[in-house]
Design a protein around this ligand. Structure first.
Ligand code: FMN
Ligand code: SF4
Ligand code: SF4
Length: 253
């Protein structure tokens, strides 16, 4: 049985993981909820976005716990500039002694859009082109083809510095009077960083910078540094409520 581990806040990685499951079968596990080593699976797969030229905190923290005897394949996706994240991930996995067989990487629509606006037509174009890339990567994975990234410059220091500052991001969010106190942001946050206290949404200092709350609030009531930006992103090929879910072998997405 294949174990497909994924992290996703706006659905790009969920979409790739679901397409992977259609090809190779297996069970899907949402990394923030997972507390094992993958020993119950025959082969391990990780599908993750690139964060700051590296990996989201939950993915970075899962990898040292993984069963070193199991083959591991990683599929990364990034929005604009990967900065050697595939080699960074390979290096990290090898240092941990994991049985890393492949690290694939492909471009998907950018979701770090709190400080700048990506034109809609551009995002649509990236998404359209991504299907071919996803198909190529998944065909390679399905056929068992191994692909390790060539040695290249990575940005380890920038990554580690940014990662150590992600907890501050939550404190830069505020909630406008459009909030209807539905509690969705509270339940979707992978870091338990949001609470509804006395009818008000409050952010703690455990943020992992995923931006899930920002993009998926149904009222667009969460704003960053008080900027009134309108655009939000969720991958159109998934059910948004599936982000964060686990799927067993027989469950269809
Ligand atoms: C905190 C954060 C950091 C990011 N850093 C990078 C980056 O260094 N390079 C890049 O190209 N995209 C970066 N992105 C964009 C995501 O990797 C990309 O949009 C990804 O497809 C999102 O996947 P998801 O929809 O599964 O969450 C970042 C996104 C976030 C939220
Ligand atoms: S998801 Fe949006 S509307 Fe719902 S409680 Fe959170 S901020 Fe308010
Ligand atoms: S507060 Fe928002 S951005 Fe931070 S971890 Fe939670 S959902 Fe993600």
């Amino acid at each position: 049985m294949n174990g497909i581990f994924y992290f996703s806040s706006t659905g790009n990685s969920l979409y790739i993981a679901q397409e992977l499951k259609k090809r190779i079968g297996g069970q899907m596990r949402y990394i923030p909820k997972y507390d094992g080593s993958g020993e119950e699976f025959d082969k391990l797969y990780i599908v993750s976005p690139v964060y700051s030229f590296g990996l989201p905190k939950h993915v970075y923290e899962l990898m040292p716990k993984l069963d070193k005897t199991k083959e591991l394949v990683v599929i990364l996706n990034y929005g604009g500039m990967a900065g050697g994240a595939d080699y960074f991930c390979y290096k990290y996995a090898a240092e941990l002694g994991l049985n890393i067989k492949s690290v694939f990487i492909l471009k998907m629509p950018e979701n770090f859009t709190v400080t700048f606006t990506v034109p809609k037509f551009y995002l649509k174009g990236v998404l359209k082109k991504s299907y071919k890339r996803i198909n190529k990567v998944l065909t390679d994975v399905e056929s068992g083809k191994h692909s390790l990234p060539k040695k290249r410059k990575t940005h380890d220091e920038t990554y580690l510095k940014n990662k150590s500052n992600w907890h501050l991001i939550g404190k830069r969010f505020s909630v406008t009077d459009k909030c209807v106190r539905c509690g969705k942001c509270v339940s979707l946050c992978p870091a338990n960083n949001i609470a509804l206290i006395d009818g008000k949404i409050e952010f703690d200092d455990k943020c992992v910078a995923c931006l899930g709350c920002y993009h998926r609030c149904p009222q667009k009531a969460i704003v960053y540094l008080n900027k009134s930006k309108k655009d939000r992103y969720v991958n159109p090929n998934i059910n948004e409520s599936d982000i964060g879910a686990d799927f067993d072998e027989t469950e269809s997405e």
